[in-house]
Design a protein around this ligand. Structure first.
Ligand code: GLN
Length: 242
């Protein structure tokens, strides 16, 4: 962060915002402002260059064709990769998560190269599409409460040795590999299958991104009773027998 301004970049709202993922940008922006930070939010359309000076980048979910177009443009642009080499934080959802991996299967049934920012490979699941509520315990190293969200994907994501599972599902499919893992992360790049939008349902992850970007261990607390009530309500609903 320079000039005491947090630069938040939302990548390709024109292609990857099918599932209300704009909410993730709103939540990070608001929680940063609530901590007195000056925030510059930049929504970068797919015909614009990605800035390399961002502190936090958000990339959302999308349908198969826009996902392929987004991957092509991000590869051609090259700046997101550069930003991560400079230490930027990236948080990605579903199609965005798959794009950050080494490859995924596109709408034409072909293997599409990703950006290689996460050590994951996505394939097309052979079974039913993964659709429904998710309840997951986040990696204990992150020390955060359980996550709730909603997934809707056909892709199945396999983690390589340098990607850690973000969470372990209690309810839902997550990465779809059958091992119960959900999402993946390394030191600065995060991916999840959860919509919701996921940061509105789990603002503790927004705070994690802010702490990483600011390089601090703690942030001034926010009154999160409303979020907690929502989480508890979702946990109770997810545990109801079908
Ligand atoms: N098209 C991808 C899949 O189905 C991603 C879907 C999404 O972003 N929700 O796996």
């Amino acid at each position: 962060m320079s000039d005491n301004q947090l630069r938040l970049v939302w990548i390709y709202p024109d292609l990857l915002s099918t599932y209300g993922d704009q909410g993730n940008a709103l939540v990070v922006e608001r929680r940063a402002r609530q901590r007195g930070l000056d925030v510059a939010r930049l929504d970068v359309r797919s015909d614009q260059p990605i800035p390399t000076s961002g502190d936090i980048y958000l990339i959302g979910g999308g349908e198969d064709r826009p996902q392929r177009l987004a991957a092509e443009r991000l590869r051609r642009d090259g700046h997101l990769y550069q930003a991560v080499q400079n230490g930027a934080i990236v948080f990605s959802v579903c199609a965005g998560y798959q794009i950050l991996g080494h490859e995924f299967v596109n709408d034409l049934g072909q293997r599409e190269p990703g950006l290689g920012l996460l050590d994951v490979v996505s394939v097309r699941g052979e079974g039913e599409r993964c659709v429904g509520d998710v309840l997951a315990d986040i990696d204990s190293r992150l020390g955060l409460p359980p996550l709730t969200g909603f997934e809707n994907h056909q892709g199945v994501t396999h983690l390589g040795p340098t990607a850690r599972p973000l969470a372990q599902v209690r309810i839902g499919k997550g990465n779809g590999t059958g091992d119960g893992t959900e999402g993946a992360y390394n030191d600065t790049v995060f991916g999840t299958y959860m919509h919701g939008p996921v940061l509105a349902r789990n603002p503790q992850i927004a705070d994690l991104l802010l702490k990483l970007a600011l390089d601090v261990n703690a942030l001034p607390p926010i009154d999160d009773r409303w979020y907690e009530a929502l989480r508890n309500e979702r946990i109770a609903a997810a545990q109801q027998p079908a």
